[in-house]
Design a binder for this molecule. Structure first.
Ligand code: ZN
Length: 259
């Protein structure tokens, strides 16, 4: 790990914000820490796809690693059960080469994205997320809609969290969210009979950050570095969750030796 931390630091010290450096030709993809790094070989999130759309399709904040973009496409597809369902609305990812993104402390290495929750009218009719609206402990949020309020669609927002945790393309490192929204989602999941291992993972990755806004108006998803990404400069900075099989691989050097 030390070696690749050094690699990330080197990339960052050589004009990191825009171009790959010839001094570290092996660096690719997500390089460095989420709050101090760059993104090489970025994948652009399409403006629309089945069950998903970008909140701001015309800005230059729609780039991520391929694993992140594939995870968003997967989550949109999974949560889009009926043709009439409003799509998942995706906010900022990273810039085309990563680096500092105004308004965000992280979002620099293509592993972070903001996701709006799903909503209904107070009477339970699904509607497109009206933007970043603050959800209270009762699940209601003031919004510029007729009637003035929307209701968090708890079952569908839980389905989103579940889809992210089940992504075949990436592991979730964090799903930042206010603790009262997390409580609503876990209460629903338990009542729905979701398995203990899923509840355990969800309860761990859902977390209200201490050093930023409470995240009562969106999820902030951060995916983990895959093992091959760690070899090319990705630096986690997050926990090694015990359910990730790659943790065992990394911890046992013998498993890295070719026969
Ligand atoms: Zn964010």
């Amino acid at each position: 790990m030390t070696r690749w931390c050094a690699l990330g630091a080197l990339a960052l010290s050589t004009g990191c914000a825009s171009v790959p450096t010839p001094l570290v030709p092996g660096a690719r993809g997500s390089v460095g820490w989420p709050s101090y790094g760059v993104l090489l070989d970025a994948t652009r999130m399409p403006p629309t796809a089945p069950g998903v759309r970008l909140l701001r399709p015309h800005n230059e904040r729609n780039f991520g690693t391929k694993a992140l973009v594939d995870t968003l496409l997967f989550a949109g597809d999974v949560t889009h059960a009926r043709g009439s369902d409003p799509p998942l609305v995706v906010g900022d990812l990273s810039g085309p080469r990563g680096g500092k993104l105004k308004g965000h402390a992280s979002h620099r290495v293509g592993r972070d994205v903001d996701l709006l929750f799903f909503y209904t009218t107070p009477a339970g009719v699904p509607l497109l997320a009206p933007g970043f609206v603050k959800v209270g402990p009762d699940g209601l949020a003031e919004a510029a809609v007729p009637g003035g309020f929307v209701r968090l669609d708890v079952p569908r927002t839980w389905a989103l969290a579940k889809a992210l945790l089940g992504s075949p393309h990436a592991d979730v490192e964090w799903l930042f969210v206010a603790e009262w929204v997390e409580a609503l989602l876990l209460e629903h999941a338990r009542a729905a009979g979701e398995p203990d291992h899923l509840l355990y993972r969800a309860a761990n990755v859902m977390h209200q950050p201490k050093d930023s806004a409470a995240h009562d108006d969106h999820f902030h998803l951060r995916i983990a570095c895959a093992p091959d990404e760690e070899m090319s400069g990705c630096v986690s900075g997050g926990p090694d969750w015990p359910w990730r099989p790659v943790a065992a691989l990394r911890d046992d050097p013998a498993t890295l030796v070719d026969d």
